[in-house]
Design a binder for this molecule. Structure first.
Ligand code: MN
Length: 713
């Protein structure tokens, strides 16, 4: 294990301005906090954060990263709080440690690796600061190095997770070295036999004197020197894992794999790269289709190098990579190296421009697929990733709600969702989900999509499903209402109401089916009488309709035409026009008041009409009036506000009830509709107040009516 002063010296070796004091304090803090805790290896726990910090020095990271590396498990595993770290080590370190703690919690939630791709995205999205990710990788690397101390069943899970999640992440941010080491350890754990036999085979070849690597290095070095190129040549066997992958991909045996050796020529500058390439190609046969120039076209993760395959020295097929020293450093250490170079040039101070630099590297994707395939950290700022109770990850656009989540899981879950538990607590369906939330959707078969949801859902899938349902459902309602209205209209006239009659008149209403006609009537586009007259052309208006029509002018417009004799009201001013106020619909029996209006004569209101307040300051306009004796002769309109439960036949039962009390429905408007009820304003022709009161009482007793009152507004 690294000693305290050794760690500080390591950091100072590449960063003379390192915050020595913070490093020392963090080392001691981690040691104290982890106290007597032990690793599976039997080592004191604090050896782990110290080793992680040591790995981070290999990436040449800044002091804040090293300090955060030392502290990375304190919040998760000890009684330390983020606040405490903020006070002792500042905002930056606290934020990084907080990020790492959240990642650790997320990791525990993920029960399976089915959605490795989503999980990688989640980690990237949560790593707002790239240093969080770098420390996470260093943490994983050390845990893999000490994997053999863990219990066997735990080992396989960790190794698989490493292969699925962390090695690809390391590759994405260009950390080749870390990626290879993670892969090798995981490979040895997961496919021990394959790993061992490849290693044995490589050893055998070496022992046979076929260890060509040093010979080929020597030859290539000579080739470069002869041509005046300053170069460092290195070579190695490919890693067992990459050999195994190739065997899998090509479905080949080990013997069939020709190039198990890779060589690298590092030179000073780009011009020398192409000179070196010229030397190699002029001396050795090129293997077709193995040449790739990633210097002129870098890989999206910033990787630059020239690759070629040749029949090289010793007549052996080999792969050669040619690159500058800087390219090499970046290829092996990725982001961190890129930053270190910039810092070396003093281009960047301590203000984290390097994060933007990183984004620039990652943005250099050459085509749309690569752009999508390769990770720009920013790319996930517009997404959140949430867990199902089983640990599956669901990716959603930012600002998504539990309803979006429900529809993302399955349409049937969305359609029936009634509530949601977020991280175990019941929360409103409109709650905006956060990265890493665990969401449990509560469903009920009785529930249906609500138009309300449309206001807050953000995913197209949820929106489309809600609209589709509401559209279909609205039509169902219109059809039911329309059928009731038509039935009533026909029966009211003692005329036969049959589908046969309706089919004949489909063209009259541009309808394709009887349901179309019902829907149009229900929606109020055509009236029941329009249909009746179409089915029975020339049918004579009933007395009822005549009455309704004759009353209309009285109630709606022409007060002048209504003679006061017809209205039988006492107390009017002779010769002055009179009309009933549309707000309260006075009925014989109501206590009434007249208001003298300018131009329209006397308006008759009920004594409790709210509109009267307007005239409170003008007593000179009030007229004391009362109903005359014969007032009950004609039909009067009583207006009701009714809440009906939204179930089949409700409207029919409602209208039957009114008919049984000799009331007639003159007009009906649906003003509001929800899934469980609809509210209607209905004008009923009645004799007088008592008649209407009886009807109201009867309606109140009906099970389909949940609320009824006179509408006096
Ligand atoms: Mn750790």
């Amino acid at each position: 294990m690294l000693r305290q002063y050794e760690l500080v010296d390591l950091v100072k070796s590449y960063d003379p301005d390192a915050d020595e004091d913070a490093l020392n304090r963090a080392y001691v803090f981690a040691m104290k906090k982890h106290g007597a805790q032990l690793r599976a290896s039997g080592d004191p726990y604090y050896s782990h954060p110290v080793e992680v910090a040591g790995i981070l020095t290999k990436f040449k990271l800044d002091s804040a990263s090293i300090v955060a590396g030392l502290l990375h498990d304190t919040v998760e595993d000890t009684d330390t709080t983020v606040e405490e770290i903020r006070n002792l080590f500042g905002d930056q370190v606290a934020q990084i440690v907080d990020g790492l703690t959240k990642l650790a919690m997320i990791e525990q939630k993920s029960a399976n690796n089915k959605q490795a791709e989503n999980f990688r995205k989640l980690l990237l999205a949560m790593s707002e600061d790239i240093r969080v990710l770098l420390i996470k990788l260093a943490d994983r690397l050390h845990n893999m190095r000490t994997l053999h101390f863990c219990a066997p069943e735990k080992r396989a899970r960790i190794a698989k997770e490493t292969l699925d999640i962390y090695a690809p992440l390391a590759e994405r941010i260009g950390m080749q070295e870390v990626k290879s080491e993670l892969e090798e350890i995981a490979f040895a754990e997961l496919h021990k036999e394959a790993h061992d036999s490849i290693v044995a085979r490589l050893n055998f070849l070496r022992e046979q004197g076929n260890n060509l690597v040093p010979k080929i290095i020597e030859q290539l070095q000579k080739d470069m020197a002869e041509n005046g190129i300053k170069a460092t040549v290195s070579g190695r066997e490919k890693t067992p894992y990459s050999i195994w992958r190739k065997m899998q991909q090509k479905n080949a045996s080990f013997e069939q794999l020709s190039d198990i050796m890779a060589f690298r020529i590092c030179v000073e500058d780009i011009a020398s790269c192409y000179q070196a390439l010229g030397v190699v190609h002029s001396k050795y046969h090129m293997v077709p289709r193995r040449f790739k120039d990633y210097i002129s076209t870098p890989k999206p993760n910033g990787y630059k190098s020239i690759h070629t395959g040749v029949i090289g020295p010793e007549n052996t097929r080999i792969e050669i990579q040619i690159r500058t020293y800087e390219m090499h450093e970046v290829a092996e250490k990725g982001v961190a190296a890129h930053w270190a170079y910039k810092q070396g040039e003093r281009v960047v101070g301590r203000n984290f421009k390097w994060i933007r630099e990183l984004l620039e590297i990652l943005e250099q994707a050459s085509n749309p697929e690569e752009f999508l395939e390769n990770t720009k950290l920013e790319m996930y700022n517009d997404q959140v990733f949430c867990f199902t109770p089983k640990g599956d990850l669901i990716g959603l656009p930012v600002n998504s709600t539990p309803v979006d989540f429900a529809y993302a899981v399955h349409s049937s879950v969305g359609d029936t969702c009634v509530g949601a538990k977020i991280n175990g607590e019941i929360r409103p369906l409109r709650t905006v989900l956060q990265n890493g939330d665990q969401v449990e959707i509560l469903t009920s078969k009785a529930q249906h999509p609500s138009t309300e949801w449309e206001r807050f859902v953000v995913t197209g899938k949820a929106k489309a499903a809600i609209r589709r349902y509401v559209r279909a459902h609205k039509r169902d309602q219109f059809i039911a209402i329309g059928e009731q209205i038509l039935e009533r209209t026909f029966k009211g006239e003692n005329l036969e109401f049959s589908e046969k009659g309706l089919i004949n008149v489909l063209p009259n209403f541009e309808a394709e089916s009887i349901d179309d006609i019902y829907a149009k009537v229900g929606e109020g586009l055509i009236s029941g009488w329009d249909v009746l007259r179409a089915v029975y052309p020339g049918y004579k208006q009933s007395k009822l309709e005549k009455v309704v029509n004759s009353l209309k002018p009285v109630f709606k417009k022409s007060a002048k035409k209504a003679k006061k004799e017809d209205l039988k009201i006492n107390g009017l001013i002779p010769g002055m026009a009179v009309h009933f106020a549309g707000c309260c619909h006075p009925l014989p029996g109501d206590r009434i008041v007249g208001i003298v209006t300018t131009g329209k004569g006397v308006a008759v209101h009920t004594i409790d009409c709210k509109q009267l307040e307007k005239f409170a300051d003008e007593p000179e306009r009030w007229l004391d009036i009362s109903w005359g004796d014969a007032a009950d002769e004609g039909a009067h309109i009583g207006r009701l506000k009714v809440m009906l439960s939204n179930e089949p036949g409700a409207l029919g039962e409602f209208s039957n009830l009114i008919a049984r009390y000799n009331g007639n429905i003159a007009n009906l408007n649906i003003v509001y509709r929800t899934i469980s009820y609809f509210e209607i304003i209905v004008d009923v022709e009645v004799k007088d107040l008592k008649h209407l009161t009886d009807i109201i009482a009867a309606l109140k007793a009906s099970k389909v009516v949940s609320y009824v009152s006179r509408a006096n507004q």
